[in-house]
Design a protein around this ligand. Structure first.
Ligand SMILES: Nc1ncnc2c1ncn2[C@@H]1O[C@H](COP(=O)(O)OP(=O)(O)O)[C@@H](O)[C@H]1O
Ligand SMILES: [Mg+2]
Length: 374
């Protein structure tokens, strides 16, 4: 592909990488000197299928309307010196892949990155744009842990055969949903599956699906039914409620997955709350115990008891929201002994009443007898 020095009002600086659809460049905008990323479509695109290029433009323009902190902003689309191009926000960062596991981030940080990416995806879905090529290379994060999703409304073009390079499988097999691997119609739930694979990788450092070659991987994906082993098998730090969220994204049947990314975001936020409150509780309790030992002051057992009871109730409510069957079993296990205890108390109370009645009767009999005796 011949590369122009300047395209529209952008001066190309250096190549950032090449994808299935073209090459991405770092560029500088004239006059305002803003650094941007320019994606160039191969020149043969228009000759191949003009309708396709029109749709590419329309989708890129639709993506340009979605402004969200976790989505790369599309500045515009254009056509100059024989190239179709997209100008977008330049992201300085790394792809959100397995390497993030080896860095400084805590589990809470990693979860926060997943939440940001999911929020970006939800924002695009809310205006009807499906990504179809969700993979770490299209989700980038920077030094501060700020996450941006790239290529919304752009990835779609890769699905069309006329732009497909011969012998290349479009989409990314490790992240592809079963319905996409079978070549069926896809909806927003395909992005949920692919994002589940990304979360799995982020939380464990390994990919959930492996195969000796791409062909085997696609064939296996087409037949996939159940999610892979839970995340916590590979990362013991991960609690069960995060296991459940990731697994729910990775069912072969789209009906068993989250139906919307918004529902996924809600569960991820709840998981983050539980994770953070658990961490705070542990820290505070350790601190209280240390202070108590140092100062030997009187520990307010009643207050601690009440707080623990409130925490238990809150925990139960959370389980009720996330896993109704588990919480019902838990509640029954808790309520049956309490109920039995209450029954004992009622029995004792009734017995006490009867005893008092009997005592009264005996007293009144004794009183009646007393004058006779005197
Ligand atoms: N907006 C952007 N800012 C910075 N780098 C980008 C941007 N868009 C794409 N890139 C880089 O260019 C590479 C090629 O992008 P792309 O053509 O979308 O292919 P793919 O996503 O399949 O790798 C990406 O891997 C990424 O590193
Ligand atoms: Mg990309």
């Amino acid at each position: 592909m011949r590369i122009p020095e300047k395209i529209g009002k952008y001066r190309l600086i250096s190549e950032l990488g090449a994808g299935a659809m073209g090459v991405v460049f770092k560029a500088q905008q004239d006059v305002i000197s803003r650094v941007v990323a320019i994606k160039l479509l191969p020149d043969e695109a228009e000759r191949g299928d003009p309708a396709l290029v029109k749709r590419f433009r329309n989708e890129a323009l639709a993506a340009a309307k979605v402004i969200h902190p976790n989505l790369v902003t599309v500045y515009g689309v254009g056509n100059d010196v024989g190239f179709h191009f997209i100008a977008m926000e330049y992201v300085e960062g790394k792809p959100l892949d397995a390497t993030v596991q080896t860095e400084k981030w805590s589990l809470s940080d990693l979860l926060s990155m997943c939440i940001q990416a999911a929020r970006g995806i939800a924002a695009a879905h809310s205006v009807g744009i499906i990504h179809r090529d969700m993979k770490p290379k299209n989700i980038m994060y920077d030094q501060e842990g700020l996450v941006k999703v790239l290529d919304f409304g752009i990835a779609r073009i890769g699905e069309d055969s006329l732009l497909t390079k011969v012998g290349t499988i479009m989409g990314s097999p490790p992240y592809m949903s079963p319905e996409q691997a079978r070549g069926e119609h896809v909806d927003a739930r395909t992005d949920i599956f692919s994002f589940g694979v990304v979360m799995y990788e982020v939380l464990t450092g390994v990919r959930p699906f492996t195969a000796p070659d791409t062909r085997t991987m696609i064939l296996e994906r087409q037949k996939l039914k159940n999610p892979p082993p839970v995340v916590s098998i590979l990362n013991r730090e991960v609690p069960w409620y995060i296991d459940r969220i990731v697994s729910k994204c990775l069912y072969g049947d789209p009906r068993k997955r989250y139906q919307t990314v918004k529902a996924l975001v809600d569960d991820l936020l709840l998981a983050q709350y539980l994770l953070d409150s658990n961490r705070v509780a542990c820290t505070v309790l350790a601190d209280v115990c240390k202070k108590a030992a140092e100062n030997s002051f009187c520990i307010p057992w009643k207050r601690i008891g009440r707080t623990l009871l409130a925490a238990l109730l809150f925990f139960l409510l959370c389980i009720l929201a996330m896993a109704p069957q588990v919480s019902m079993a838990f509640l029954l296990a808790l309520l049956v002994p309490l109920f039995t205890l209450e029954l004992f108390k009622v029995r004792r109370f009734v017995k006490g009443m009867v005893d008092r009645q009997v005592e009264k009767e005996i007293r009144s009999k004794q009183k009646k007898k007393a004058p006779v005796a005197s």
